[in-house]
Design a protein around this ligand. Structure first.
Ligand code: TA6
Length: 294
């Protein structure tokens, strides 16, 4: 654990030199580097570092909602809270079928103020792991602690770093239905080939497969996204006009980023007292030469 401008962060390192930095503010992954030291996540050069608020970029935990609604702050409060190391087993090395991983376990429980705006007793346990090959994975376990039933939506709000958004394609979402946030969640059906980008995109692809590929040949790597328990994929790029409305985002930065969020948005998840939900995400950054066989 290291102190980073007054913010506690945990640095995970793989034997080949890959790394990930997890901030206890928001449970946010603020950096993920491959074994050549290249940064794989986008963080805005104008990101406002004002703990405990989430800074623009990285991978943010959006809970108990993804999106906007009356009482709760946008995308929920989990990304704007100070998490704690889960004292049961904060830093674990565990060998499992995919070889050794290093992990950190964090936990978030509601404060008195949180309970005022969202009156449900929950425990959100988050395990962030880095495999020996540099893959970054997340396991979120959210439990209803003997309250009344509650419902929530969830997203791993993931800012991927790309070379040039106009060169990027997403494979795996073809022919799916999506809700278009630009037209008040109107429902459309995606056409039959890879998704490319030439203007603002803000969509929730529903009932999506558990493997999605973001191909960025310019940058010599592509991302493979594997998920479990998360039926939807949010795809967002603000493009030029929207970028200019965000103080913590550079006017041209939309060219170097793409949000592809494993999520549960269309249908809220409901937990009865004592029940627990698990949502898993694994990100691999593969060199373009072998991304086709992913
Ligand atoms: O669909 C993604 C989205 O909801 C966009 O509408 C945009 O608001 C983005 O999330 C970023 O949200 P944030 O709260 O991080 O600025």
């Amino acid at each position: 654990v290291r102190d980073w401008n007054g913010v506690a962060q945990v640095v995970l390192r793989s034997p080949r030199g890959a790394s990930a930095r997890v901030s206890l503010h928001g449970g946010q992954v603020v950096s993920w580097r491959n074994d050549r030291g290249e940064e794989l996540l986008f963080t805005s050069s104008k990101a406002i570092f004002k703990p405990p608020n989430a800074m623009r970029g990285g991978i943010q935990m959006c809970f108990p909602q993804f999106g906007y609604s009356g009482t709760l702050e946008r995308h929920g409060f989990a990304r704007n809270r100070i998490w704690a190391l889960d004292d049961e087993h904060p830093l674990v090395n565990h060998n499992n079928d995919s070889g050794s991983k290093v992990s950190v376990d964090l936990i978030l429980k509601p404060s008195e103020d949180d309970l005022k705006c969202w009156p449900h007793c929950f425990e959100f346990r988050l395990r962030v792991s880095l495999s020996k090959d540099g893959d970054l994975s997340f396991m979120s376990r959210i439990r209803n602690v003997n309250g009344k039933p509650f419902s929530f939506s969830f997203a791993y709000h993931t800012y991927l770093s790309v070379s040039d958004i106009s060169e990027v394609r997403i494979e795996g979402l073809e022919t799916l239905d999506y809700l278009d946030n630009l037209t008040h969640k109107e429902r459309f059906t995606e056409q039959g080939d890879a998704i490319t980008f030439e203007s603002e995109v803000d969509r929730v692809y529903v009932s999506s497969p558990n493997v999605v590929a973001v191909l960025d040949h310019e940058k010599k790597h592509s991302f493979v996204i594997r998920k479990e328990g998360l039926p939807d994929v949010v795809v967002w790029n603000p493009w030029e006009k929207k970028s200019k409305t965000m103080v913590d985002f550079g006017d041209e930065e939309y060219k170097q980023m793409l949000c592809v969020d494993a999520a549960a948005v269309e249908r809220a998840i409901t937990l009865k007292p004592g029940e627990e939900w698990t949502g898993k995400l694994e990100l691999s950054a593969v060199s373009s030469t072998n991304c086709s066989d992913q």
